[in-house]
Design a protein around this ligand. Sequence first.
Ligand SMILES: [Zn+2]
Length: 96
Amino acid sequence: MDTYICHVCGFSELEEPPWGLNGESSSFNICDCCGFTFGYEDCQLNAYEKNKHNWITSGAKWFDEELQPEGWSLDNQLKNIEKIPQHLLPKYLRIS
Ligand SMILES: [Zn+2]
């Protein structure tokens, strides 16, 4: 099964793309890692940056702590965000 990356924390095991495969239909899913709700909290352009900052400064705690893998690395996970393909970004955030 394909998994998808959270725009906020880089968690890469989302079962659905946060904004659908076309970037137009949000899943309204909650990220197991940072607890962000797609399609609800990301109506502003800076929502991902802002929530990422808030989540990290409040300790980067897992929303579902039972799912946190042993030896989990925040730094490594955050690198995933760069790998998100343009077409999976919400339409209003795409560069072109
Ligand atoms: Zn997340």
